[in-house]
Every structure is written in C-alpha cells, then in structure tokens.
Design a protein around this ligand. Structure first.
Ligand code: SF4
Length: 170
C-alpha cells in the first residue's frame, strides 16, 4: 500500500461528514453516491500528498497559501452552483439537481484564473476601499450574517433563513 492509498472506511467516514454538513448548511452532495465518493477519495489523496483538501479535479501546486482558493469547498463553489447547478467537479449540486428537477448539462467552465493572473491581482490590490470591493456584501436580516459574493446564499449558514431574507449591505 503506498502512502497515498486511501481505505474505503476513510472515504465512507468523510462522505458521511460532508453529507451531514452539506445538508445542515443548505448544500447537497451529488446524489450519485459512488461518484461523490470517488471525488472524496481524491480530496483525501490530496490531503495525504499536500496536507490540505485540494480540489480533486484541479491540479494543486503543493503550496497551501497559493491554493487557498481551491481548498474544498473552493471559492468558486457557490457561484457555480447558482449558475450551473453544480460545482466544477460536481461534488456539490443544487437542490433542483438533487431532487431531479434539473438535469446537469456537460462540464462547466473553469472560473479560476491562471496562476500568473492570480499572482498579479494579489500584488496589485493588497487592500481595497469599500467602493472598490470586488463583490457586493449581503446581510442576513434574521441573524446579521455577512458575506461577500455575487448573490446571497440559498440558505444562511448560521440561522438557515432562506435567500429572500438577505439584503444588500454594501
Ligand atoms: S469544485 Fe467542488 S469538489 Fe472541487 S473544490 Fe470546489 S467544491 Fe470542492
């Protein structure tokens, strides 16, 4: 057995954990359990190789600080769920997909910018004023949870209030 071999028990344990956390937070794992477990095996393999949960469908560089955006769940998950009904790997799917009300269609475009561009953007904008925030900030009117993203989340991760209970904060 090599150092990156992952046992079925390890995969099952993480699957149960992620599934529970996803459902509690208003997210859903792909209903194809074997498919989801294959991706989870990839996450565990990356953890053994690099020490962090690198996205199983992207190439991690092995340097955590450079791969923070693709540590699962990645920075791109929620936008991809909103626009495509699944994350880039299809480990997470939208409620409509999970219920079979919407079909998944093909692969989705990579949202992550090439390494050179990511590096440049980081060095160019170390600090931003409120007026130049890259994303709108949303506030949950129920519990005050704040998040910066294109759209408010489907469900507040804190109090589980639905999307319509969010207001634009800035
Ligand atoms: S694309 Fe999906 S599996 Fe990959 S890191 Fe993002 S949320 Fe995780």
């Amino acid at each position: 057995m090599s150092s990156t071999d992952i046992s079925a028990e390890e995969v099952d344990r993480l699957y149960e954990r992620l599934n529970k956390e996803a459902e509690e937070g208003g997210y859903h794992l792909n209903p194809d359990v074997e498919f989801a477990k294959d991706l989870i095996r990839g996450i565990l393999t990356n953890e053994k190789r690099y020490g962090y949960w690198g996205c199983p469908c992207r190439l991690a560089c092995g340097r955590k600080e450079e791969d923070l955006d693709i540590i699962c769940p990645c920075d791109y998950r929620d936008t991809d769920l909103s626009e495509h009904g699944m994350c880039y790997c299809a480990l997470y799917v939208s409620e409509a997909v999970e219920k079979g009300e919407k079909e998944l269609t093909g692969s989705i475009p990579e949202r992550r910018r090439p390494a050179k561009e990511r590096k440049k953007a980081k060095s160019e904008h170390p600090r931003k004023s409120v007026s130049s925030l890259p994303l709108p900030v949303w506030r949950c009117k129920v519990c005050g949870y704040l998040c910066a993203r294109e759209e408010p989340p489907e469900v507040c991760p804190v109090c589980k209030a639905k999307k319509e209970r969010f207001e634009r904060f800035m």
